[in-house]
Design a protein around this ligand. Structure first.
Ligand code: MIG
Length: 691
């Protein structure tokens, strides 16, 4: 049951698209007390809930801190911040859905495109408040018989999650720094020569001509379509980055057309807003304006026509190095500082002035969108920009390629965007703590509809180490987006930069062994509005230890994972809510297993091992692996198994690219009896055996 409450005059976000089952009771908002302040038109609102001592708060998608969000203040205000320390309040996304579980159980979606603050026991340990900036919003209260059921109801309302092509669940290699076709060729060759699987190489900003969207630098990539073909022949998909800002340059068609048609965001005086990003001075396409959005979306065709079938959208918070007008003011003010003696106040004043150049909140108040026929100031809809940029692409892809899924993911996002693409978790660092952060973010993202997601494996900023890389892969082999990405100026982190290449081959190889299961679980989750990564408490309600377990997850219906995320550890403590079978995987061909009883265990896990824990009466389809997703396809599969009486698994499989996903058609029902007989019925003709 979803109850809808409207405050003020909200801006439509198109996050909720299915109204079936949503009621507008017209009664008082349950659970919360509501206060408002400000004028008649421009009220801001505060919702307050008194939390019970044991209450757990889940959700809020892409954010720092734990699975339980209690004890911090989170601000939905899409921000380009490359240092994800636990002191931060905002990352790139605005995912305003959370669940309260304890004395009472309910879900809350605050559909507000403007800044929204979630104080989850930050000001007062027992109080949860949501503060929505002026402008109105819609509040949805979701009730259901379990946490999972509440999530499903919500997900149903926001529409089916994006499903990528299957190749996009292979391993991807990326680095901000690959500049030429030759360099990419070498990356691919190293993987192929060493039989380390690889399906994609990402092209960061250097492929473009002077950082202009939809251009390819011809010097670095002579005959780009030929190069794309050459890579395709090796089963490699090239995935270029697209930035939000369009370079101001005479003769650049995207810029000229945009100006001519009036598709860029304008200031109060009607002139285009000028910001600074990679290319220098840019204009921002008005992604919220339907016509401009279609126009921008169609531009992707320039690259699609050259053979490209995947994209990542970056800098779409939108990130601003500077706003031109404000920058001028800063330069003027700096002149004054020149003659001053810089003491404690003036020095810090100057520092703040300089640091305030980038992503300045005041700049976001100086330009406008043309949204649904109305002029609306950017800050009032700030959190929609990345969503609508990705929607621009996603909607046009559907028209351009009606029969084929394309890869698409974004940095900034809002709920609703999950229908068009995935997200990556942005600029993390090569820190051990970020493996755990990666794990803890996954269930919250799934609750908000983001299933296709993953972090920069190995860490984006800072120098990685071989052991960090391997341990991170130990988690990354489970995340739908599995990409090794790093920043310019940091230590290179392709597998061949390290000593033990066989460990990388084996661990990355495991992903391909697990793919039949992971792909099946992914698609089933998308099609049934379910989560693929679940906190233990979602599966074991009432288990007090499961409720506070912050470093283990359920992955799909059959398994639990407990990655090692501490340096020099050779194992870890694991909590088992029930008896489970531990598979210690070293490669697709080398593993051992052991049954563990419910409770706490210390389990060993060396750098070259990945542990998975099977639930009783469950199986995991496991492939032979391969050097790419296509090669990993097989008509004979093995089953990891823990069968005490009988296991039934619905295995979903398809061609990996058809848009029209049909669960019924793709499911094979596998039944395994305790004594080992396997029966299968349904779609796939496949040989099954037990491992
Ligand atoms: O501010 O394109 O998050 O993945 O490598 C840096 C360069 C801009 C930020 C992205 C990162 C990418 C980088 N970009």
């Amino acid at each position: 049951m979803i109850k809808k409450f409207t405050f003020g005059t909200p801006t439509e976000t198109e996050a909720v698209i299915c109204r079936e089952g949503i009621v507008e009771p017209g009664e008082k908002v349950p659970y919360f007390s509501v206060a408002s302040s400000g004028g008649d038109q421009d009220k801001s609102h505060v919702l307050t809930y008194g939390m019970g001592e044991q209450d757990i708060v889940y959700g809020l998608g892409e954010n720092i801190r734990g699975i339980n969000k209690r004890g911090w203040l989170y601000e939905s205000n899409c921000t380009d911040d490359p240092k994800h320390t636990e002191s931060k309040h905002s990352l790139y996304a605005a995912h305003n859905f959370f669940l309260v579980d304890g004395t009472e159980r309910f879900g809350v979606f605050v559909d507000a495109p403007q800044k929204t603050v979630f104080d989850v026991g930050y000001s007062d340990r027992d109080r949860l408040t949501v503060t929505v900036d002026e402008g109105g919003f819609v509040l949805y209260i979701v009730e259901g018989e379990s946490l999972r059921h509440i999530v499903k109801e919500f997900r149903h309302a926001i529409g089916r999650s994006y499903i990528p092509p299957k190749w996009a669940m292979g391993y991807g290699q990326s680095r901000w720094g690959y500049k030429t076709a030759e360099e990419i060729r070498q990356v691919v060759k190293k993987h192929r020569d060493n039989q380390v699987p690889l399906d994609s190489v990402y092209m960061d900003i250097d492929y473009m001509e002077r950082y202009k969207d939809f251009t390819v630098d011809e010097e670095k990539f002579p005959d780009f379509p030929g190069f794309v073909r050459e890579m395709k022949d090796q089963k490699i998909h090239l995935v270029p980055i697209i930035d939000a800002g369009v370079k101001i340059e005479e003769g650049y068609d995207v810029y000229e057309e945009g100006v001519e048609k009036g598709y860029f965001c304008k200031k109060e005086d009607g002139r285009e807003f000028v910001g600074g990003v990679w290319p220098g001075r840019v204009h921002f396409p008005d992604m919220l304006h339907e016509e401009a959005r279609q126009w921008f979306g169609k531009k992707y065709k320039i690259l699609i026509d050259q053979g490209i079938d995947g994209f990542w959208n970056d800098m779409n918070e939108p990130a601003l190095f500077y706003g031109e007008d404000h920058l001028k003011e800063v330069f003027d003010q700096l002149k004054e500082y020149q003659t001053k003696e810089l003491d404690i106040d003036t020095f810090f004043g100057m520092k703040a002035l300089i640091l305030g150049i980038a992503n300045n909140p005041e700049d976001y108040k100086t330009f406008y969108h043309n949204y649904r026929g109305e002029r609306i100031r950017h800050d009032k809809v700030h959190n929609l920009y990345g969503y609508y940029m990705t929607r621009a692409a996603g909607e046009e892809f559907e028209k351009m390629e009606p029969d084929k899924r394309l890869l698409l993911f974004s940095r900034a996002s809002y709920i609703g965007m999950h229908r068009y693409g995935g997200i990556w978790m942005g600029d993390n660092c090569s820190w051990w703590s970020h493996i755990l952060m990666n794990l803890q973010m996954l269930p919250g993202l799934n609750m908000c509809g983001f299933l296709y997601t993953g972090a920069d494996l190995g860490g984006f900023g800072a120098d990685t180490t071989e052991d960090l890389m391997l341990r991170w892969l130990g988690l990354g082999i489970f995340t739908p987006l599995m990409r090794n990405h790093s920043a310019r100026g940091t230590r290179s982190q392709e597998f061949y930069r390290f000593g033990h290449l066989e460990d990388f081959r084996n661990i990355i190889g495991l992903r391909y062994g697990l793919l039949p299961y992971l792909y099946s679980e992914f698609v089933k989750s998308a099609m049934t509005d379910d989560m693929m990564f679940l906190p233990l408490a979602f599966v074991y309600p009432g288990d007090e230890t499961a409720a506070v377990t912050e470093d283990q997850l359920m992955v799909g219906e059959s398994m639990m994972i407990a990655p090692v995320y501490k340096q020099n550890a050779r194992g870890r403590y694991v909590y088992l809510p029930e008896d489970m079978k531990l598979y210690r995987l070293r490669s697709t061909d080398s593993m051992d297993s052991q049954i563990l009883t419910a409770g706490h265990h210390y389990v060993k896990a060396e750098l070259n091992e990945v542990l998975i824990f099977l639930r009783p009466d469950h199986v995991v389809p496991f492939g032979k692996g391969g050097c790419n997703v296509e090669e990993a396809e097989s008509s004979s599969l093995r089953l990891l198994h823990f069968v005490r009486t009988k296991a039934v698994y619905d295995w979903y499989h398809d061609d990996g690219f058809t848009r029209d996903v049909d669960l019924e058609k793709g499911i094979t029902r596998i039944t395994v009896e305790a004594h080992g007989t396997i029966a299968s019925a349904g779609a796939g003709r496949c040989q099954w055996s037990l491992i």
